[in-house]
Design a protein around this ligand. Sequence first.
Ligand SMILES: NC(=O)c1ccc[n+]([C@@H]2O[C@H](COP(=O)([O-])OP(=O)(O)OC[C@H]3O[C@@H](n4cnc5c(N)ncnc54)[C@H](OP(=O)(O)O)[C@@H]3O)[C@@H](O)[C@H]2O)c1
Length: 251
Amino acid sequence: MKIVVIGGSGLIGSKLVNNLAAHGHDAVAASPSTGVDAVTGEGLAEALEGAQVVVDVANAPDWEDTAVMQFFQTSSRNLLAAEQAAGVGHHVVLSIVNTDRLPDIGFFRAKAAQEELVKGHGVPYTILRATQFFEFVGAIADSATEGDKVRLPCALFQPVAAGDVAAVLAEIATGTPLGGTVELAGPEALPMAEFARLLLAGKGDAGEVIADPQARYFGALLDDGSLTPGDDPRMGEIRFAEWLDRATTNA
Ligand SMILES: NC(=O)c1ccc[n+]([C@@H]2O[C@H](COP(=O)([O-])OP(=O)(O)OC[C@H]3O[C@@H](n4cnc5c(N)ncnc54)[C@H](OP(=O)(O)O)[C@@H]3O)[C@@H](O)[C@H]2O)c1
């Protein structure tokens, strides 16, 4: 099956392309670095020729509120129109757990708008909403660092390994369109600050992590349900300690 992965050179996209190719699919990585731009439309029609499935795991280069909204709206409109023209039978998009419940975060608003475009367009679709990736915990800690102190919320956080996200996306992409949303979270829920503390300790970083109920996550106040999934999520298999061990051994 020909499956085009928009954002196929990124963290999730590259793992997904490898996973699909290993299962015998014609997996095509499409992104600006391969001459395919979902925002300008360049190269889209050619890349989608003969494709049965498109998986959108592109990410915006600029996370400023207006820029990120424009990126996800424009790229989704262009992709869906090109898919309709090419007769693509399944659009899969990677979104974020509770993206419609944290409107204080511009990035979440943009992903919620992307989901609405996908639901309203007419191309058969499946939305995978994942929690934050293990690989993103370092950037979260960096965004909350002042001097040698990292101040983060104590709300529950249930991140997932990028490898688990790619595995579930591969399963969805090769299955029937659900016309709905699937949630995916990691196997452990702990306070957000605790994940940062484990990461810093694993990397031998002496920075101090402070768990502060008033600390904001990219501008939003969190409670235990803000970033955790609903009742029946898919569960990633890789535990944070196992991932950290591998990440620090290979560093
Ligand atoms: N970070 C998290 O914790 C998290 C959690 C849940 C969901 N998500 C979602 O997961 C998705 C994938 O994230 P990621 O971390 O794998 O992203 P990433 O590593 O930053 O990769 C971004 C990809 O998007 C491509 N891209 C950029 N501009 C493009 C354009 N105009 N047209 C087509 N492709 C373009 C890049 O291509 P080039 O390399 O060619 O520039 C690259 O392949 C995102 O939609 C994100 O919102 C993230």
